[in-house]
Design a protein around this ligand. Structure first.
Ligand code: ZN
Length: 324
């Protein structure tokens, strides 16, 4: 397709409005409560019926920021309620992809609210292709800014009522070509990145001094004889300030783990396996795992601490698998 031809086809999509995507459920207290819990929102207008009924709203309302949540597809892609359109409002991005603009980055997301929505309302939204900009070159590459607007409505027998709007703008682009670096120059230019250092306080100094001495020291409460990690100013069990430490065996088992693949941040090795280790003495700590391939890590495997000094200045406890 000639250059101008596909572009004018793309541009002809500006102003196109896509059909409705319905909400699976009417606005309900359970979803509101769960959303507030996850987001840490404590406004009683959303969750306390007795409080909300005394306000101008006369009952619970949904947090405005939750608007988009009502019409989400759920766990599975494109699983929209019956009656929803099966047209894809992102078709314009697909067309650009076919013309050699494969990358996408979200630029703006602006939510606007017309009013609170109340329990029992049934919502849907429609999508408008609002604007496709001229081809532009940014630091990321060359491409187009595409603006979509999702308008949210509440179904009413007397005529549907708009309750809010979400503007969503993306940049669809060909990534900029970076000049090839010569390996020798690259190595010469690359600064030496050291391991990040811990913030050491009076509460934690014993731990780091222990690492330098080749000892795994765990904070101990002299009042109730319990161990705790991470170190704290008081005993989390009995609130005593009378704390010292005990040197533990450094033996334990793997309670959980993650393997960091990306981003590949210097100076760490990648993949970078990090374990949550349950020490035989009962407390858990987080540390890098060594001497094991990421694919062979197993929950419950026996581990033993060892100490390594990085950059001649930072000694860290690492854990290595041992035969059980
Ligand atoms: Zn205690």
């Amino acid at each position: 397709m000639a250059n101008n031809e596909w572009l004018s086809e793309v541009r002809s999509m500006v102003g196109r409005e896509y059909g409705r995507i319905y909400a699976w459920d009417e606005v309900n207290a359970a979803m509101i409560r769960q959303w507030c819990e996850v987001m840490g929102v404590e406004n009683p207008l959303y969750t306390d019926e007795a409080y909300a009924s005394d306000t101008e709203f006369g009952g619970l309302v949904a947090p405005p920021a939750m608007l988009q949540a009502w019409c989400l597809e759920g766990l599975h892609m494109n699983n929209y309620p019956p009656g929803s359109t099966d047209e894809n409002p992102y078709g314009v991005l697909k067309m650009m992809e076919e013309q050699g603009y494969p990358a996408v980055v979200a630029v703006n997301s602006e939510l606007t609210f017309d009013r609170y929505v109340k329990l029992g309302e049934k919502l849907y939204y429609t999508t408008l292709v609002k604007d496709i900009g001229e081809e532009k070159t940014t630091g990321l590459g060359t491409g187009f800014f595409v603006t979509l607007i999702m308008s949210f409505f509440s179904e009413k027998a007397s005529g549907d009522e708009k309750v809010g709007e979400l503007l969503f703008r993306v940049f669809k682009f060909k990534p900029a070509q970076r000049p090839e670096e010569k390996p020798a120059e690259k190595a010469a230019e690359k600064p030496v990145v050291k391991r990040p250092k811990p913030g050491i306080s009076d509460d934690t100094r014993f731990f780091w001094e222990g690492c330098e001495a080749g000892e795994l020291r765990i904070q101990h409460c002299k009042s109730c004889d319990s161990l705790q990690h991470l170190p704290a100013p008081v005993c989390i069990k009995c609130h005593s300030f009378d704390l010292d430490y005990q040197v533990v065996s450094g033996a334990g088992e793997l309670y959980s783990f993650v393997v960091m693949h990306y981003p590949e941040v210097q100076p760490f090795d990648h993949p970078n396996p990090i374990g949550l280790i349950q020490l035989d003495e009962g407390v858990r700590l987080t540390a890098q795992l060594v001497g094991v391939k990421p694919g062979e890590i197993e929950i419950g495997q026996r581990l033993q601490v060892e100490f390594q000094t990085f950059d001649d200045e930072l000694t860290l406890p690492l854990f290595r698998p041992v035969a059980s």
